[in-house]
Design a protein around this ligand. Structure first.
Ligand code: NAD
Ligand code: MG
Length: 397
């Protein structure tokens, strides 16, 4: 096979679940990919191991003290330049030496460097859905202005991308798409009663039945906020509206999403629940490469099931759809309140079932304004965090 381009890749959030899976795929293809920069927040030990293995040009720690510790740990590797701080993250994301950026920082912290990569016109492999949820229209405007190539890594959005004509993903109507069927596992508490949801523990929420992921997205999957964020993400990526998207709970997590066309055809993308599939798809697109993923054994799986989501027990999906419909800064407020509520739950300071209450109260407390600049979005993000934290002691476990 002729290989056209050797891609030079920067990974934002290299020590996380998506970051490590990305490096696993890259490691299988030394002829196709080189690593330009790796970034992390505080995990010095993992970063040191990754730098010794992948020899990037830059290693960036968001935390300054962690940057100093990493410099010491890499004293035997003078070829790796260690930087630290938020500006350094944006600097490596935009560095002309790299052509591809994996955006895999969790949460709002990922928006500035992901945006820097977009503005620099990179191939941006978008895992950091919160960045798009917060700033949807401005983010997509920046993509159009710079000509960046944004490829979805979230498994559902990557599935939808694979089921649509690649040159029409922002023109669903023109492509004859009548519906997007967004699948959801339902999370670990799919069958729990409302009362049982009051007593679940962080460790139970983080033990997803099908996927191995970071803590925040695991809790989001358990509340169905992950599906809410993904609904908003799909609206922006595929230029569509929530009424065109129907969430299907599919507990086996084998069909990663589907696209329905005017002639009645429904195209689906299937595979083992392993993020290396969408990551490899984005890294190599439009080619296909080995991702190390186990082949799908449908005889072993046997059956597929589908249910409607229960918005009574899992109101986060409804809150997200409403925030998108409200528009302006509402999705940024939703996202910030969710991040604060999830952090409080993980710290044992909030009951699982009160996560949606915090979000709903914060949405009611923070005035929605037009999302006309990134500054406005960051201001509303900060205000929402303040308001959400104010509510938490009153609901503490
Ligand atoms: P994770 O918690 O495992 O890793 C997060 C990474 O971000 C780490 O490298 C961490 O060092 C870095 N980070 C955290 N806070 C930071 C900060 N303030 N500044 C700079 N860096 C920071 O998370 P994950 O599960 O890999 O998820 C990453 C993103 O991908 C999330 O937005 C998530 O929604 C999305 N995503 C993940 C999966 C999955 O299977 N894990 C699937 C789809 C989408
Ligand atoms: Mg997903």
């Amino acid at each position: 096979m002729v290989i056209s381009v050797k891609r030079c890749v920067t990974i934002l959030g290299a020590t996380g679940s998506i970051g490590l899976n990305t490096l696993d795929v890259i490691h299988r293809h030394p002829d196709r990919f080189s690593v330009h920069a790796l970034t992390a927040s505080t995990s010095v030990e993992t970063m040191s191991e990754l730098c010794h293995k992948f020899r990037p040009r830059y290693a960036v720690m968001a935390d300054k003290a962690a940057g100093q510790a990493l410099s010491a740990a890499l004293s035997d590797l003078p070829s790796v330049t260690v930087l630290s701080g938020a500006e350094a993250l944006a600097q490596v994301a935009a560095d002309p030496e790299a052509d591809t950026v994996m955006a895999a920082i969790v949460g709002a912290a990922g928006l500035p460097p992901t945006l820097a990569a977009v503005r620099a016109g990179k191939r941006v492999l978008l895992a950091n859905k919160e960045a798009l949820v917060m700033s949807g229209k401005l983010f997509m405007d920046a993509v159009r202005t710079s000509g960046a190539e944004v490829l979805p890594i979230d498994s559902e959005h990557n599935a939808i991308f694979q089921c649509m004509p690649a040159d029409r993903i922002r023109d669903t109507a023109g492509a004859g798409v009548t519906r997007i069927l967004l699948t959801a596992s339902g999370g670990p508490f799919r069958t729990y009663t409302a009362e049982a949801l009051r007593h679940v523990l962080p460790a139970e929420a983080c033990a997803h039945p099908n996927w191995s992921m970071g803590q925040k997205i695991s809790v989001d999957s358990a509340t169905l906020m992950n599906k809410g964020l993904e609904l908003i993400e799909a609206c922006w990526l595929f230029n569509t509206t929530p009424d065109m998207i129907e969430v299907h709970v599919h507990p086996e997590s084998i069909i990663h999403s589907m696209v329905e066309y005017a002639d009645g055809s429904v195209l689906a993308q299937l595979g083992s629940p392993d993020m290396r599939t969408p990551i490899a798809n984005g890294l190599a697109w439009p080619e296909r490469i080995d991702a190390g993923v186990a082949p799908l054994d449908l005889f072993r799986i046997g059956q597929f099931h589908f249910e409607r989501p229960d918005l009574e027990r899992f109101p986060c999906l409804r809150l997200a759809a409403e925030a998108f419909q409200q528009g302006g800064t509402a999705p940024a407020v939703l996202n910030a309140a969710n991040e604060e509520a999830v952090a409080a739950f993980l710290a044992g300071k909030l009951c699982f079932a009160d996560i949606p209450s915090i979000i709903e109260r914060t949405l009611a407390a923070v005035e929605v304004v037009p999302a006309d600049s990134f500054d406005t979005i960051f201001t509303k993000d900060a205000e929402a965090r303040f308001r959400a934290r104010e509510q938490i002691p009153g609901l503490a476990v």
